[in-house]
Design a protein around this ligand. Sequence first.
Ligand code: PLP
Length: 388
Amino acid sequence: MYYFDNSATTLIKPPQVATAVYHAIQSQTIGNPARGSHAPALQALRHVEQVRLKIAQLVNAQDVSQISFTSNATVALNLLLKSLFTSTDAVITTENEHNSVLRPLYQLEKEGMQLDFLTLDRLGRVRLDQLESLLKENTKAVVINHMSNVTGQLTDLKKVGAFCQKYNLLLIVDAAQSAGVVPIDMVEMQIDALCFTGHKSLYGPQGTGGIVLNNPTLNLKTVFSGGSGSHSYDKEMPHQMPGFFEPGTLNVHGLAGLEAGLDFIEEQSVESIQKELQEITLLFLEQVTAISRIQVYGNDLKQAKENPENHGAVVSLNLAGWSSGDLADVLYEEYDICVRSGAHCAPLVHKHFETVKTGMVRFSFSSFNTKEEVNIAVKALSELALER
Ligand SMILES: Cc1ncc(COP(=O)(O)O)c(C=O)c1O
């Protein structure tokens, strides 16, 4: 099987990830963190704190205690956005967003919050030149996707950070696709808060993710409350991070696997993973753009060659005369190739490219994909392009 659906989840993980999850259970040493002072509870806590430290190092967060774990990026984004914004705020976001950002924002909009959108250009890049024109007196934040899960386009967060600094706005980043494959420096990029997921390019197990805050002055309201292991007689959730966003028992077994995924990334370095992925993406892009009936969206060869750092390892396309669903099915049934068709939970990107009806077929690569596999995918597409 050839797996090119890594933007959905990485299927092939470094072997040490599964070993770590297995060991976390099999060793019978992991209790419930922050729920006691016996050895298993403390050992669980040690594990959790170790993962916080590694996440902080990955994104250059200044305070490890400002990192909370959640079950994925969607939960992280919901908690963060709903704890930050009220009906009197205005928020700038983009057409590049995933539904895990759009839907919580639409919900807040229904409650009175104002929502303004940066549109996309011909290649699916966010029109940062529109930022100034969307400013309102009550604009509180820019909420933005670092890397599109449809086109792979990366947004220049340094530029957005400088804008937010200038106008005293918060910068909130969805790093679900970029964490682990693109360098992120929350200080340099002036990011106030970031959400990540563990099961994509961090190579962790599903059920892991989190929120990283880099601004001690954020005024957060409780969205989700429950057992916190401390202050049990208070009616409210304790306001301190990291417990504030962590009601209930953490997925420590999953976090043990995420720690192994983070170790793998650290060993390779994000920069070398990024470079390796750029080569694979370019190899694919060069060949598929040469197939006359294939249309690639939001990515062009010139950009990929000249500025590979602006693009992640995602290429979405269509083959003339085919719906994306049919093409994905035939790729799987006849060639054993796994890709993702349809809307990719990013409705505004598809509206922008006028692919609401057809969808797109997305190829997304990980560092476990090889050039040989890429060539097999290209061969399959070339044959199908000739056939019908
Ligand atoms: C850009 C983006 N943001 C957020 C998410 C949500 O991640 P999760 O499904 O892990 O919550 C995804 C998932 O595909 C994504 O691509």
